[in-house]
Design a protein around this ligand. Structure first.
Ligand SMILES: [Zn+2]
Length: 196
């Protein structure tokens, strides 16, 4: 059970991990807190955007779209490794997922299959949307993968979590495929190495 860190602490953690940050508008107070809880937080969720073009991607993640209002994450990790902060607080990114997975994340044990959509993940996960088409062909530049590693590690370090607290959307919600193009187990290995 951890309360979310403050927006300033979140920014400080990311900067402290060596990331390049762009602060978009009033990101600190752009959230969905009026629609439900934010916290307790238990982990970090990684996504791909299925979009291309950083400006359009950041705008979409900040504003959302018809039927899914933004913010759609906290930070957008662009192909050049820059992290664009678009919101802070409850965000529409995790959606309904598997309570067994949430329990495994809390315990930092091996993940069970995500075969239920019975639990709202939006209170419980920090979310990073990563700019990629998600078609299995769009490349993931090394600088972007390193930024994902650093961003996830930054949050874990502040909360005293290990790499098993970082999951992909595809490990949370049945039917989701993101992120596609690298494995979450490989990313967790990188994060664990950084945290060590
Ligand atoms: Zn996703």
């Amino acid at each position: 059970m951890a309360p979310p860190m403050s927006a300033d602490s979140f920014l400080d953690a990311l900067l402290g991990e060596g990331l390049t940050i762009v602060q978009v508008g009033a990101w600190r107070t752009h959230n969905r807190n009026h629609k439900g809880p934010w916290g307790p937080v238990h982990g970090v969720m990684i996504h791909h955007t299925a979009t291309s073009g950083t400006a359009d991607t950041v705008r979409l993640c900040r504003d959302g779209y018809q039927g899914l209002p933004g913010p759609l994450c906290h930070g957008v990790i662009a192909k050049d490794g820059t992290v664009h902060l678009v919101g802070y607080g409850r965000a529409n990114h995790a959606g309904l997922g598997d309570d067994d997975v949430l329990r495994a994340v809390i315990a930092e044990t091996a993940l069970p299959p995500d075969d239920e959509a019975n639990t709202d993940g939006n209170p419980h996960f920090y979310g990073f949307e990563c700019e990629n088409l998600g078609d299995g062909k769009d490349p993931w530049p090394q600088v972007q993968l390193e930024a994902i590693e650093r961003a996830a590690a930054a949050v874990c370090r502040r909360h005293g979590w290990g790499a098993p607290s970082v999951i992909g959307h595809l490990e949370w919600q049945p039917g989701k495929i993101d992120p596609r193009g690298f494995t979450m187990s490989s990313m967790r290995t990188r994060i664990a190495g950084r945290l060590a």
